[in-house]
Design a protein around this ligand. Structure first.
Ligand SMILES: O=C(O)[C@@H](CO)OP(=O)(O)O
Length: 404
């Protein structure tokens, strides 16, 4: 048996006025997803335990089969693993976004214009993070470049109990009430303020402005935590598997669980990602003898955070046509026995531009059992709610998928 999880990050949504009150899943042309729903088991799962923040870290941990209430130690440490930074027990990793803040002179009076600096390129960002590290780094503080706007700061002996805000939660809002609070707040704010001085008039930014792109005007620190300790996926399920993703979070989670990471050229973490390349990579992994693939696509989430209705629909249709299409056509050539689980980690409603903790629709399709009950005519939030199948502890979904 081969097992494929297709994770459309943030794919679920609320009714969107621009879509006549329908959700992106409802308006998308997605015959492959609907095929899975017609012949599979459809339901809702609570991937974010009550009381936990609805982050992709918590939710992907649950989808991968790990109880976030036991295994979650913060987002950035998972990304650090993928970046290749081995945290010591007293290191604290912080996600270090490159963001665009408004031009107000007083730092605390600024607004969060763009949590991604117009999806700054990895190459440009690497130069900026290197220069920030050269000026703010020391024996205790190190900066490491990641992908696009997503970077890492490691603070040896740093604070873990700071109260920090994900910048994608405050798009277009004043940052004043969301500046660091609690443990280490003054020092963290100082790093952010000093970064703004370093980035002002930086040649990389001047070139971006000339090209009509937003400059990266500050770092924004959040998502802190300590070295994760996640048990082996292989020991749990006796399966050898791989993760395919553009983003360090999903790759880091996979590495922590003992999965292999497959790099796909052109996987960008946005709507322009290499959907076909991800499908090819999954098929190649199965052909090479892997039993399990976790294929993560960031694009719908990114469109949700940016409030881009068309891009969210487009991302869903690309997942359908360019990932599920080739998989459903060619996986049967490799094996008659396979299962596919398709779901988002959490909704990222376009109207809110951030995540919510609502339960997510899922479908589990098994090639050898195509009338399992709880099927629906299409794969949408509403249809998943009417089957009555509800998985309260989302981390148990993986057991159902693999062992059920
Ligand atoms: O990587 C990030 O900073 C965020 C926003 O894009 O990702 P996610 O919404 O998946 O947590």
């Amino acid at each position: 048996m081969k097992y494929l999880v297709i994770l459309g990050d943030g794919m679920a949504d609320y009714p969107v006025p621009e879509l006549n009150g329908q959700t992106p899943l409802e308006v998308s042309h997605k015959p492959q997803m609907d095929f899975l729903a017609k012949h599979g088991t459809v339901g809702l799962a609570r991937t974010v335990p009550t009381g936990m923040p609805p982050g992709s870290d918590v939710a992907n941990l649950a989808v991968m089969g790990y109880n976030p209430q036991i295994y979650y130690t913060g987002r950035s440490p998972l990304e650090a693993v993928s970046i290749g930074v081995d945290l010591s027990p007293s290191d604290v990793a912080f996600r270090c976004n490159l963001v665009t803040l408004s031009e107000d002179a007083d730092y605390s009076a600024k607004t969060m214009v763009d949590y991604s600096s117009d999806e700054i390129s990895t190459e440009e960002a690497a130069v900026l993070i290197q220069d920030i590290g050269a000026q703010l780094g020391n024996d205790q503080i190190h900066f490491y470049p990641g992908i696009s706007y997503r970077h890492l700061m490691v603070w040896h002996g740093g604070p873990t109990a700071s109260r920090l805000t994900p910048p994608h939660d405050i798009s277009d809002r004043p940052i004043h009430d969301h500046l660091p609070k609690g443990d280490g707040a003054a020092q963290l704010l100082e790093f952010m303020v000093q970064s703004a001085d370093i980035l002002k008039n930086h040649p990389v930014n001047l070139r971006r402005i000339q090209r009509g792109l937003r400059p990266a005007t500050s770092i924004w620190l959040w998502g802190q935590g300590t070295k994760p300790n996640i048990s082996s996926f292989h020991e749990k399920y006796q399966l050898h598997g791989s993760v395919i993703s553009a983003v360090d979070l999903a790759k880091g989670l996979g590495i922590c669980a003992g999965l292999n990471v497959i790099e796909v050229p052109g996987a960008t973490g946005n709507v322009h990602t290499n959907y076909k390349g991800k499908a090819e990579a999954a098929l190649a992994a199965f052909a090479a003898g892997q039993d399990f693939v976790y294929l993560h696509v960031e694009a719908p989430d990114e469109a949700g955070h940016r409030g881009e209705v068309e891009n969210k629909v487009k991302a869903i249709e690309k997942i359908d046509g360019e990932i599920l299409g080739p998989i459903l056509e060619r996986l049967p050539e490799l094996t008659p026995d396979y299962k596919i689980m398709l779901l988002p980690d959490h909704p990222t409603p376009l109207s809110l531009k951030t995540h919510v903790a609502d339960p997510v629709p899922f479908v589990i399709y098994q090639s050898t059992q195509t009338s399992p009950g709880h099927s629906t005519a299409c794969f949408t939030e509403k249809s998943a709610a009417v089957t009555g199948l509800f998985i309260e502890e989302g981390f148990r979904l993986m057991d159902r998928f693999i062992l059920g």
